[in-house]
Write a protein that binds this ligand. Structure first.
Ligand code: GLA
Length: 396
C-alpha cells in the first residue's frame, strides 16, 4: 500500500465508525468479527452496571506492547524496552475493570473529559446561559465530572491494523462514545472518537475527534480532551520518579490561585523551579508538600504554534535508559508528579506510593472556558474538534 494511503487509513476508519453510528441503517463494519491478524481482544471483567469490558493488545515490531480497554478509553499497560532490551510496563493501572471503577483509581491512563483539568467553581456561561457542573475537587470541577465523565463510561472499541506489504505499520483501537446532552452538566450531544495506536516508529499515538450531534445553528459546547497516563520509566510500581530527568519546551506557565485555577496571566519560568529548559532531575527542585500544589502540578505553555505537532517534553530514566518524548498539537501540558498517589495496589500487586509517577497531560489551559485570553475550547455546531498527541520511546 502506498505511504499516503496507509497514513490515511486510521482517519478513514474513524469516518467509517462515525458514519456507522450516525446512520443506523448502514451496517457497522467494525462490529463484524475481526480477521485473526487484528489486535486480539480479551475479557476485562464486568462493570458494576453489568457491562462487559474488553482489553485489546497492540504490538509493534520493536517489542513494544500496549493494552487498551473500552472502559474510559483507557491505556492499561505499556511495555517498553530498556537499553539492554528488557521490557517493563511503564504505566500505572489495574488488572480489571473493577480496579478502574474503584476508589483507588486516580484517572490512571484514561481519556479525560469532556473538559480535562479544572473549571472554576464548576460554572461557566455560554450563549447567555449559565451551566453548573459537579464540584468533585472542592471548590472546583475536575476532569469532566463525578459519575459520567468520559473516563467513567463504556466506549465502543474497533481494533484495526495498517500494513505495508507484510510490514506492520501500526495497530490500534478506534474508540467511539456518544455523550448525551446534559451529561455531567455539559451542553449538547457530543460524538467523541479517540484512536489509540502503537506505530512501527515506537510511538503511542492518540488522535482525538469530537463534534456536536443533532445541534441547532449557534449551539456550542466546551471540549478539552487528554489522556491521563501515569508514567514511571523505571517500571510502574518503582518507588519514585524523582530521579527522572525532564526537559520541557515551555518558556511560560499559567500561574494559579491556591485551588489551581489560573489567574489568567502567562508567566516566564526562567530561573524558577519550573524552568526545565535544560534537563533537570525532577526531585532537585520539586515544590514542597506544604505548597498548595504539593509538588509539581502546573500547566506549561508549550513553545511554538498550537495546532502544529511539536515536541513538548522529554523524560529520561537514567538507570534504565528509557526515554519518552511527547509531541502534541495542544497549547499546554500539565506536569503533575503523582502528589496524591496514596500507596494503592495496582496491576500485578504493585503499589503506587506518593510521587511514584508523572503525568504530562497535553491540553488547552485549565479553566479556559472562563478565561477570555486563553485559546478557546468552545466548539460550535458544524465545527470538528481535532487534536493528536504522540509518546515516542527509545532507550540509550
Ligand atoms: C491532574 C490535576 C491534579 C490531580 C490529578 C488527578 O493532574 O492537575 O491536580 O487532580 O489530575 O489526581
Amino acid at each position: 500500500m502506498p505511504t499516503n494511503l496507509s497514513a490515511l487509513l486510521p482517519s478513514l476508519m474513524l469516518s467509517l465508525a462515525a458514519l456507522a453510528s450516525a446512520c443506523k441503517s448502514i451496517p457497522n463494519p467494525m462490529s463484524t468479527k475481526p480477521p485473526a491478524s487484528l489486535p486480539p481482544a480479551a475479557a476485562f471483567g464486568k462493570t458494576k452496571a453489568g457491562e462487559s469490558a474488553t482489553v485489546w493488545t497492540l504490538k509493534n515490531s520493536r517489542g513494544l506492547i500496549a493494552k487498551v480497554t473500552d472502559y474510559g478509553a483507557t491505556l492499561v499497560e505499556l511495555h517498553v524496552p530498556d537499553k539492554a532490551g528488557k521490557l517493563a510496563d511503564v504505566v500505572l493501572g489495574f488488572g480489571d475493570v473493577a480496579g478502574y471503577e474503584g476508589g483507588d483509581n486516580q484517572y490512571f491512563g484514561c481519556t479525560t473529559g469532556r473538559v480535562c483539568n479544572r473549571i472554576a467553581k464548576g460554572k461557566f456561561t455560554l450563549n447567555g446561559k449559565e451551566y453548573t457542573l459537579a464540584i468533585n475537587n472542592d471548590p472546583n470541577h475536575l476532569h469532566g465530572g463525578k459519575e459520567r465523565s468520559l473516563s467513567k463510561v463504556m466506549w465502543r472499541g474497533a481494533p484495526y491494523e495498517t500494513r505495508r506489504g507484510k510490514e506492520l505499520v501500526e495497530q490500534g483501537v478506534v474508540f467511539t462514545y456518544t455523550s448525551p446532552a446534559g451529561e455531567e452538566g455539559y451542553p449538547g450531544t457530543l460524538l467523541v472518537t479517540v484512536t489509540i495506536a502503537l506505530t512501527r516508529e515506537s510511538e503511542l499515538r492518540m488522535d482525538y475527534e469530537a463534534r456536536l450531534q443533532d445541534a441547532a445553528p449557534g449551539d456550542a459546547t466546551p471540549i478539552n480532551l487528554t489522556n491521563h497516563a501515569y508514567f514511571n520509566l523505571a517500571g510502574a510500581g518503582s518507588a519514585t520518579v524523582l530521579d527522572h530527568l525532564l526537559k520541557l519546551e515551555a518558556d511560560q506557565y499559567t500561574p494559579t490561585d491556591d485551588t489551581l485555577i489560573p489567574t489568567g496571566e502567562l508567566k516566564p519560568v526562567k530561573g524558577s523551579e519550573l524552568d526545565f529548559g535544560k534537563p533537570h532531575r525532577i526531585g532537585d527542585r520539586i515544590p514542597a508538600d506544604t505548597t498548595p500544589w504539593k509538588g509539581y502540578d502546573h500547566n506549561f505553555v508549550v513553545n511554538g504554534k498550537a495546532g502544529e505537532m511539536r515536541l513538548a517534553a522529554t523524560v529520561k530514566d537514567p538507570a534504565s535508559g528509557r526515554v519518552m518524548e511527547i509531541h502534541t498539537r495542544e497549547p499546554g501540558i500539565q506536569f503533575y508528579t503523582g502528589n496524591f498517589l496514596k500507596g494503592q495496589t495496582g496491576k500485578g500487586g504493585k503499589t503506587y506510593p506518593h510521587r511514584s509517577a508523572i503525568c504530562l497531560e497535553t491540553q488547552h489551559f485549565p479553566d479556559s472556558v472562563n478565561q477570555p485570553k486563553f485559546p478557546s475550547t468552545i466548539y460550535k455546531e458544524g465545527q470538528t474538534y481535532r487534536t493528536s498527541t504522540i509518546h515516542k520511546f527509545r532507550a540509550e
